[in-house]
Design a protein around this ligand. Structure first.
Ligand code: ADP
Ligand code: MG
Ligand code: MG
Length: 251
């Protein structure tokens, strides 16, 4: 479903190559993890897939269900079923969380040629999902992310993911790192949304997140390429021996 072939990416501003031929296929129902040392291009991959400015694709393709992602605007990618966690961490004063989510859900439905959700139906769905995720009804009414704690923001992101029902979720747990509680929130949320038709790409520098989200496939990225692919045991190998051993072996 998500298919990346020979993806080459460089910065728009300067002549710096970051991705140097990434090949990756994530099948429906599977959780793929990408691990790798800092600076190997993991975040760049997620940014390029989400359509962030500043990157130029110089070769290769990326498709979701056969549709060319790279040709789409970011909102079209979302409509096609791509969700990048932490793509809405921004605070939006004056816009209620519920209003924001309803707008996002209906924009996506419209782009998919589906009817808008009535406010009654929307309320019912969001209350159910919020309850499942142990989100306080109070949080739904507050302005988006304004004054939310780190944990509340995480919860809210998982709620966004649950409401948008994406085909393919990409989670980039970047350098900020997650504390134990936030990690549990994210992994419980992801595990609750695992489904035969949905794929996940979990990007992480550390193995610990993968103790909670059991990946089906683990990839190691180094210097803009995926250099090794294996099962969950590969993540444990990284935990035990660090990246140097694996990268030395590959070289
Ligand atoms: P990772 O997520 O694996 O740590 P990144 O994708 O963040 O790696 O970065 C890959 C490389 O590209 C790094 O050397 C980083 O410094 C560089 N890079 C990424 N984005 C930019 C940018 N906007 N400007 C300058 N360098 C960048
Ligand atoms: Mg980094
Ligand atoms: Mg990163």
């Amino acid at each position: 479903m998500l298919e990346i072939k020979n993806l080459h990416v460089q910065l728009e501003e300067e002549d710096k190559k970051i991705l140097k031929g990434v090949d990756l296929v994530v099948e429906p129902g599977k959780v793929h993890a990408i691990m790798g040392p800092n600076g190997s291009g993991k975040s760049t991959l997620s940014y390029v897939l989400s359509g962030r400015d500043g990157y130029e694709v110089t070769d290769g393709t990326a498709t979701l269900d056969g549709e060319d992602l790279l040709e789409m605007e970011p909102e079209e990618r979302a409509a096609a079923g791509l969700f990048l966690a932490f793509q809405y961490p921004v605070e939006i004063p004056g816009v209620g969380n519920m209003t924001f989510l309803r707008t996002a859900v209906n924009a996506q439905r419209k782009a998919r040629g589906q009817e808008e959700m009535s406010s009654t139906e929307f309320l019912k769905v969001i209350r159910e999902k919020a309850k499942e995720l142990k989100i306080d009804a109070e949080m739904l009414k507050r302005p988006v992310n304004v004054g939310f704690s780190g944990g509340e923001k995480k919860r809210n992101e998982i709620l966004q993911m649950a409401m948008l029902e994406p085909r393919m979720c990409i989670l980039d747990e970047t350098d900020s790192g997650l504390d134990v509680d936030a990690m549990k929130l994210v992994s419980d949320g992801v595990n609750a949304l695992r489904d035969a038709g949905r794929g996940f790409l979990v990007i992480t520098h550390y193995q610990r997140l993968l103790n909670h989200i059991k990946p089906d496939v683990v990839h190691i990225m180094s210097d803009g390429r995926i250099v090794k692919t294996g099962g969950p045991e590969l993540a444990l190998e990284v935990e035990e021996n660090g990246y140097a051993d694996i990268l030395g072996e590959v070289a």
